[in-house]
Design a protein. Sequence first.
Length: 101
Amino acid sequence: MTHSQPEISPYDSGTRYEPKLWQPNSEAVAEVMRSDEAGDIGNVDFTNGENGTVITAHVSRGNDGMYTVHLLPMCDEDQIRVEFHREKGLAIIEPGTSRPV
């Protein structure tokens, strides 16, 4: 009888960082609302194998109807590449190619 190896998830192997919600439930959201820090609602930390935050992200919608993905790097900015996946191809933003606003 052969024992099969347990499947290793992308989180376990380190190829994908694990999301950690800032507010894990409705009680935590209510607490943040009461504390006047509502801007933190919806933030997600992505942590590495050492449980260190690599990036914090959230998505918002502006008055103009546009969606904006907000990324806050917690590591060296030269270590971040953004890939924008869409039907007609892939757009990649490499470190040092963004424009300040």
